[in-house]
Structure formats: C-alpha cells, structure tokens
Write a protein that binds this ligand. Structure first.
Ligand SMILES: [Cu+2]
Length: 338
C-alpha cells in the first residue's frame, strides 16, 4: 500500500467474520446512470418549491427479470437535489410506500425533529408533509435517506437514497469541475444480494448490518463512463448499509481529494487508496491527461471492478492544476447527524 494510513486489508477482513466480499459480475457493461437533477416547480420570493415522492418501482439491474425496488421520484435512488447556501426551500414530501417513512437530510445543518426528517417526523402511507428550511452551511455533498424506526436499514436496502449537493459562493469561485453529469459526477456506492433478481431483506438480515456481494453504482452494475473532460470530479457516497468501500484505480491513478463529509478540505490531499465507511462522502478529482483516446481506467473497491472510465477526446491543459489552498470557511458552523 502506498498510503500508510490505509488499513491492512487481510487482517481487517479476518476480524469481521460476516464479511462478504464484492464479487465481479458476468454481465454486459452499461453506461453509468447519472441521476437527473431535481427541478423546482416554482420559485418565488427566493423560495424554491420541490416535491419528493417515495414510491415503489422496478428496474433492470441484472440480466433476466426486473428487480422490485423503491425510489424517490423514480424506480430506484432519486434525483440529485441541489441547494445553495442562503436560499430557502419548501419541500413537499409524499409517501406512496406501503409503510411509514421519513425524509432525512443527512449532513444538512437544519432544525430537528421535523425538517431534519429523523424518526420523529413520520410520513404515513398515502400522506404528505411540507417542510421549509434555509440552507446555511459551506458547500458539501450530503444525502437524503429514510430514517423511520426501525425500518431505516430495510428502506435504504430497497433503494431509497439520493444525493444532495450544497453549493456556496466560495466553492463557486474555485477552479473546480462543476458541470453536472459531464465533469461533476455523483457516485452512490452500494452492495446488494439478489434472489432470482429480487431483494430479500429478511433472508439476508444481519443484526450488524446487511451486506451483499453485488456492487451497485448509482443503482446499476458494471457501469462505464465516457471521459470527455481532462478532469473529472467524483462526488462519492457510501450508501451501503454496512460495507466499507476501499477505492483505488487499477493503475494507481492518484485521486486528489478536495472534500469530505463537512465541506472542502483546507487543501487537497492526493491519495491512491481511499476508504469510505457507511454514509461517508468524499469528493475527489481524477486527471486523465496522461491517457490517450481509447484507454480504459477501472475504479475498484478492494479487488472488484465497479466502474470503467473510457477515455474519449478532450482538450488537454497541463497547466490546469488544482488550486492547493481553498482558504475555506471554518468548519465550526457545521454539524453532522446520522
Ligand atoms: Cu443518515
């Protein structure tokens, strides 16, 4: 291992008797699903209105029958929700699931118990609730997930999770990739087990947290992403119930980490291996300037390939290095709640 902070993988796995490794899957690769951006229905007096619907669906994940899933405003996961620091949002939360859920804003510094969406903010089946909050925190990558007691884990397992991006004027002033879907890419990493292509939470239940052998990335398997810009910013969320993701590129391409859970780091850190535990987020930049058209670079977790980058044509600029000092605002204004 080139980065000393990294774990001893062999020992780590031996100590966890129930550890389930990710296994490569024999299936044709498909383009990476990039969740759409959530559109506001209305914008008046500096207040944006959104509607988020928790619903049942089904989607093609493995070859064969479709998998029954849950999602926000769709079959699985949800649209990416963008907030701007200082803006106020009114959000209508709709529960079309057959059981109680909540809508928890993991990483947002907003009031509880209702707006925050913890276990004390239930939305019953067939009902809806409207919340209003003002976002006031540094730029960060957060996420939305259900948090009902005791069904948080099973609802996430069924597919409820969405990425949340907070932007602010400071982040906007930095020379960082931020064209969503082109060079600013959300990656929700998860693992699942399937039985005849279906989830079975009870069968796979583990009191320490459920695991699977199939790696999902944005709800799909064996994904490829076409690189059309020299620098790609990945916003990575470990959306698994229990599993750590231990990321590295097949040729040890450096990852320039710019952000962790709370916000931007004081300055970027370059790593070749990065471990994310559950619910953790990290933003890092990959610079593909040393590759040529047609090359492929593969992102792994442990020894399982999870995403292939295919190099396309793009303008190259060796001078376009990443700023080394973000001079970010102090972190004391942010709080983190699970
Ligand atoms: Cu959480």
């Amino acid at each position: 291992m080139k980065n000393n902070y990294f774990y001893n993988e062999t020992n780590f796995d031996c100590l966890d008797a129930a550890y389930k490794p990710l296994l490569p899957i024999e299936q044709k690769s498909v383009p990476l699903r990039v969740p759409p951006l959530l559109r506001s229905e209305q914008h008046d007096n500096h207040v944006s209105h959104y509607t988020i619907v928790a619903q049942e669906g089904e989607i093609q994940i493995l070859d064969g029958p479709k998998t029954k899933t849950w999602g926000y405003n769709g079959d699985i996961l949800g649209p990416t929700i963008r907030f701007t620091c200082g803006e106020t949002y009114t959000i209508t939360l709709v529960n079309q699931l057959p059981e109680v859920t909540t809508f928890h804003w993991h990483g947002l510094n907003i009031p509880g118990p209702i707006e925050d969406g913890g276990p004390f903010a239930p939305v019953k089946p067939g009902e809806s609730k409207t919340i209003t909050f003002t976002v006031n925190q540094p730029a960060s990558t957060c996420w939305l997930h259900p948090h009902p007691c005791p069904n948080t884990a099973s609802q996430v397992w069924h597919g409820l999770a969405a990425m949340v991006i907070v932007s602010d004027a400071h982040e906007a002033s930095l020379d960082l990739p931020r064209t969503y879907g082109v060079d600013d890419i959300p990656l929700i990493l998860q693992d699942r087990s399937y039985h005849d292509n279906q989830l079975d939470y009870q069968r796979d239940y583990d009191a320490d947290g459920i695991q699977g052998n199939v790696a999902l990335i944005n709800g799909g398997v064996n994904a490829t992403f076409d690189v059309t810009q020299q620098r790609i910013r990945l916003r990575v969320l470990n959306g698994a119930n229990r599993k750590e993701f231990r990321l590295h590129l097949d040729d040890d391409l450096p990852m320039t980490v710019i952000s962790s859970d709370a916000s931007l780091l004081p300055k970027p850190i370059t790593l070749t291996h990065l471990m994310l535990t559950v619910a953790e987020r990290s933003e890092f930049i990959l610079d593909f300037s040393d590759y040529k058209l047609g090359d492929c670079v593969v992102l792994y977790s442990d020894d399982c390939p999870i995403l292939t980058f295919r190099i396309k044509e793009f303008a190259r600029n060796k001078q376009n290095s990443i700023q080394t000092n973000f001079s970010m605002a102090p972190l004391s204004t942010t709080h983190e709640f699970l």
